[in-house]
Design a protein around this ligand. Structure first.
Ligand code: FES
Ligand SMILES: [Fe+2]
Length: 436
């Protein structure tokens, strides 16, 4: 019991200096959609890995991530003026560039000591990148330079080929991520009563998939095999460290997609979703994605206040704790096992309300779990993360190269093949190369 508690602590605490927090800081993390920041526009309040930050896009289109509070007397830089290549604090006018350098201190005499004062007022900043329609942040050590962005196929596509979104999940990152690699819940949490003739039918005939894992350099590839009308339906998906998924489309021929869970702090998460095609997405496609049936959920842009008073700019799902996720008992009786409208609403509703660990607001008590054989992927992920986190604490972990050749793919396949290795051999796009 104690061991599980230790594991829970190790994998769910993400603040500065924690083992998992240090591990997350070895990767570029998505912070926001590129479209959320306009040149000289409104800054964004963010909290990532427990650190309060402000993001802004300057006059030259560069994105800066700075500590949220002015180093002079602690006013939020969010209230500042963003113009002429910097963010100027609203209180006394001190100005910072995207790298956190103090470039103007207008409220003291402009004497020879000014340069020293500016140096003293330099503020925390983190490097940014833009790719795949997202702004990325790197919060780790920089002595050896920054790592590469994870080279998932969509990250290199033009922004109009990709739909990206993000929203608030009020739970620890791990229980969101664990839902993503948990294949047996699909038949139940997302199940529908009459699936005959519908693409989802392949999930509804066998609620007890046989699950296999093959470790990869960047996580694992998982195959969940369900019996389906004399053949097998394989749902194959990949985990890309530390918290990305590449998921099979729910309907054959649908766009490829996946999600990521970026910890806000120990008890809150931003879920990112991406979906892409090898062509520009039409307005209709974007509209249908945004209807909320899959990812993202129905949501609105809004500020969210934490219990400690800090505020972030985020997207709040319409179906939430306060309204029981709009659970409709008639819908539950007649059509859907959950009675809840969208796939993410279903996941989030269940995950945000799991039995809390004493003293934690959004983290499940894993010491009271009874794991089953269907949880094999979750156990494997915990074990791998725990090992990598420990190696990285001891300075033993290699830099993880998330290159094209190490990433795996995803697909839903109906086939007579029953053996996972044979399946991987027959579909080379699933193994050793990304699926495009
Ligand atoms: S608190 Fe920001 S300039 Fe004084
Ligand atoms: Fe789910």
């Amino acid at each position: 019991m104690e061991k599980r508690d230790e594991l829970n602590e190790r994998l769910t605490r993400v603040g500065s200096g924690t083992p998992m927090g240090n591990f997350f800081r070895r990767f570029w993390l998505p912070a926001a959609a590129s479209t959320e920041l306009t040149a000289d526009g409104t800054p964004l309040r963010l909290r990532i890995l427990g650190e309060d930050l402000v993001a802004f896009r300057d006059s030259q289109n560069r994105v800066g991530f700075l500590g949220a509070f002015c180093p002079h007397r602690g006013v939020p830089l969010f209230f500042g003026r963003n113009d002429d290549s910097g963010l100027r604090c609203a209180y006394h006018g001190i100005k910072f560039d995207v790298e956190g350098r103090c470039v103007d201190v207008p409220n003291v005499p402009q004497t020879s000591s000014l340069e020293r004062i500016k140096e003293r007022l330099c503020t925390k900043s983190y490097p940014s990148r833009e790719a795949g329609g997202l702004v990325w942040i790197y919060m780790g050590p920089r002595e050896a330079g920054t790592p590469e962005l994870p080279d998932m196929p969509w990250v290199r596509l033009p922004a109009d080929h990709v739909h990206v979104s993000r929203w608030l999940q009020r739970s620890n990152w791990l229980q969101g991520f664990e839902g993503e690699i948990d294949s047996s819940h699909l038949t139940f949490a997302h199940g529908i009563k009459s699936s005959e003739g519908k693409p989802y039918d392949v999930f509804m005939h066998d609620g007890a998939p046989s699950i296999e894992i093959r470790e990869t350099a960047t996580g694992f590839i998982q195959g969940a095999r369900r019996n389906y009308r004399g053949q097998y339906y394989w749902r194959v998906g990949s985990w890309i460290l530390p918290m990305w998924s590449i998921a099979a489309p729910f309907d054959p021929g649908r766009d490829l997609h996946g999600r990521a869970w970026v910890p806000i702090d120990d008890e809150h998460t931003i879920t990112f979703a991406y979906r892409y095609q090898n062509q520009a997405l039409t307005a209709e496609t974007r509209e249908s994605i945004e209807m909320g049936l899959g990812f993202p959920p129905r949501m609105r842009k809004a500020a969210f206040e934490f219990s400690d008073g800090a505020i972030i700019d985020t997207f709040l799902p319409t179906a939430a704790k306060e309204n029981d996720y709009l659970l409709d008992r008639n819908l539950q009786r007649e059509q859907k096992h959950s009675g809840i409208f969208g796939v993410n609403d279903e996941d989030r509703g269940l995950q945000e309300n799991m039995r809390r660990h004493p003293g934690r607001k959004g983290t499940v008590d894993r010491s009271l779990e009874n794991l089953l054989s269907s949880d094999v992927a979750i156990v494997a992920a915990r074990r791998k993360l725990s090992q990598l986190v420990q190696d990285s604490q001891e300075g033993k972990a290699p830099r993880i190269q998330q290159t094209q050749s190490t990433l795996m793919g995803a697909a839903g396949i109906l086939t007579p093949i029953g053996n996972f290795d044979e399946l991987l051999g027959s579909f080379p796009e699933l193994s050793g190369a990304p699926l495009v």
